[in-house]
Design a protein around this ligand. Structure first.
Ligand code: KG4
Ligand code: ZN
Length: 367
């Protein structure tokens, strides 16, 4: 089965073609094209939704076309219009598109494009929840173009699994007993205020680092001491499976106000200390949950799981505690938003919906 996946929930515009085999369930990426308006947002310290959506309108058709070209599904020399269904219809089985959660203007660009292509090419259309898409970056087995592999510790993914979704807008723990249509996903807990990625982004702004804050803090933290500041580890010992990161942001703000001039050394120390505080909470709560539910695997997903220190600490703790739990982390370039994960989610949860019934839903969630 060959699926074109389209993702436009935030500032990225991505289209990808995957092939997947029903017998061995191996997913292979043929192309994964990503255009980003990030440079326009790094100056403003955050995403301006209107600017993101306007850029996506410009990018979407060239990005879809490029992904088809790279998958040998569109003749490079051809001048044919992508939408002239009488002369062009790619050899794909279905189209998958992110329908939510996300920014409404951005989602609409992807959803309306996917609906148009579904109609023009007469291909089934599968609506995908963006957060479930992130989880499926763990189920992509071959990514030859990017030459990166999923990192697995102990064994391959086996169910039941605990999933940690850590993105710019979400921090959630889920129990995954099987692929959603069969076993379903059970939401266990999530953030009560800021998401982990949001904390990185907001704290970066406080210490004069650019957007997105996660990679900027990770880079600065390399030169810093994680013990320089004793920032709080919110809710690390609470009995529930919830998170809270807004107090951490306030603690950093309080500290920054006492500092006369933020030099590189202080920025590096704050970065290392904040990063450590976030990682401690994420690792501790996820492992506690995994033990409680006696799962076989832990799956990390979402933009924050690109953080090398987070990946290393999960690995180290699992080894030190001699836990018989497989750890799966997508390759870094599949942790942040991309079309391949959306196409992969559609393969494992193949539920086409008539295009007339598909709408963007910015508030879509797990519960
Ligand atoms: O999943 P994603 O690409 O988009 C959303 O669905 O939100 O996640 C973006 C988030 C941003 O908050 C960004 O700061 C964070 O992921 N992020 C990181 C790293 N790379 C991206 N956080 C920590 N370390 C990183 N290396
Ligand atoms: Zn995302």
């Amino acid at each position: 089965m060959t699926i074109l996946g389209i993702e436009t929930s935030c500032d990225e515009t991505s289209a990808s073609v995957i092939t997947a085999n029903s017998s061995d369930q191996k997913v292979k990426v043929l192309s994964n094209v990503i255009a980003s308006s990030l440079s326009l947002h790094s100056k403003t310290g955050g995403i301006i939704p209107e600017i993101a959506a306007r850029e996506q309108i410009k990018y979407i058709i060239p990005v879809v076309k490029q992904s088809l070209i790279e998958s040998n599904l569109y003749p490079l020399s051809s001048k044919i219009n992508l939408l002239s269904s009488t002369v062009y219809r790619p050899n794909i089985d279905a189209i998958a598109v992110t329908v939510g959660p996300g920014l409404i203007g951005s989602l609409l660009v992807g959803v309306e494009t996917a609906k148009t292509l579904s109609f023009a090419w007469n291909k089934p259309l599968i609506p995908v929840n963006h957060l479930i898409g992130h989880i499926y970056a763990n189920f992509i087995s071959e990514n030859p173009k990017l030459n990166t592999k999923r990192l697995t510790l102990n064994a391959d993914v086996e169910f039941p699994a605990i999933v940690l979704v850590v993105s710019g807008g979400h921090t959630d723990l889920l129990l995954m007993k099987d692929h959603p249509p069969a076993g379903g996903l059970k939401w266990l807990g999530g953030t009560r205020d800021d998401a982990a990625g949001e904390a990185f982004d907001k704290i970066a702004r406080l210490i004069n680092l650019p957007y997105p804050g996660g990679p900027a803090i990770e880079k600065a933290a390399k030169e810093g001491n994680p013990k320089a500041f004793n920032f709080p580890r919110p809710m690390i010992g609470s009995n529930d499976l919830d998170f809270s990161f807004s107090g951490l942001k306030t603690a950093v703000l309080r500290e920054v106000k006492t500092i006369k001039q933020l030099n590189n050394e202080t920025i590096a120390n704050i970065s290392a200390s904040v990063q450590q505080a976030i990682i401690d909470v994420l690792v501790s709560k996820t492992l506690k949950t995994a033990e409680k539910y006696q799962v076989k695997s832990i799956l990390l997903s979402g933009g924050v799981s690109a953080n090398q220190k987070l990946r290393d600490e999960f690995k180290l703790k699992i080894e030190n505690l001699k836990l018989k739990i497989a750890l799966s982390v997508p390759p870094k370039n599949l942790c942040t938003d991309n079309g391949a994960m959306i196409a992969a989610a559609a393969f494992f949860n193949y539920k086409p919906v008539p295009w007339q019934k598909i709408t963007a839903n910015p508030e879509l969630y797990f519960k």
